[in-house]
Design a protein around this ligand. Structure first.
Ligand SMILES: Cc1cc2nc3c(=O)[nH]c(=O)nc-3n(C[C@H](O)[C@H](O)[C@H](O)COP(=O)(O)O)c2cc1C
Length: 146
């Protein structure tokens, strides 16, 4: 299966997760391509069977760059599937839940098929590091989305 992962990552934590995902999926024999959304236009995505979009949480939301990217996204492949990932902090004063919902709402009109309710990976500080056991969470996520 061709898997394409588009991500935003300010401090590199989300990117580290994507690299782990790419490793697991490649080992399973899938053809995986990744790009930062800073490098690719939303109407120029390669064809894929499964798309994964990954974003940090900024003030309860995906950052503006990711919102714009998903709003303008054009996926030409009919029946393409998608799954979402967000990194967030485990802090009470932050809204930790909205990023995935907002990303999903932006994708609703794109005719893609959701294969998961999405995954949230925690960072233990604004700039990281990632929570202990994030690799196992991502391993389980891969099982869910394949
Ligand atoms: C401007 C800003 C606002 C943030 N707001 C939130 C927030 O509302 N909720 C939250 O859980 N984390 C928040 N964070 C922490 C981010 O979730 C964290 O920096 C990010 O997940 C790290 O991933 P990255 O290294 O891929 O950028 C914020 C970080 C920044 C820089």
């Amino acid at each position: 299966m061709k898997v394409y992962i588009a991500y935003e990552s300010k401090y590199g934590n989300g990117k580290k997760c994507i690299e782990h995902l790419q490793g697991i999926l490649s080992k399973k024999g899938h053809d995986v391509e990744t790009s930062s959304i800073r490098e690719i236009k939303p109407n120029a995505l390669p064809q894929a069977d499964l798309y994964i979009f990954s974003s940090p949480t900024h003030i309860g939301n995906p950052p503006m760059k990711m919102r714009k990217f998903l709003k303008n996204l054009e996926v030409k492949q009919e029946g393409a599937k998608y799954a979402l990932m967000a990194t967030c902090m485990d802090a009470k004063f932050y809204d930790r839940t909205k990023a995935l919902q907002i990303m999903e709402a932006l994708l609703q009109s794109k005719g893609m098929i959701k294969v998961s309710d999405g995954i949230k990976i925690k960072v233990t500080g604004m700039k990281g590091p990632l929570e202990t056991g994030y690799e196992e969470k991502l391993d389980a996520f891969v099982k869910e989305i394949l």
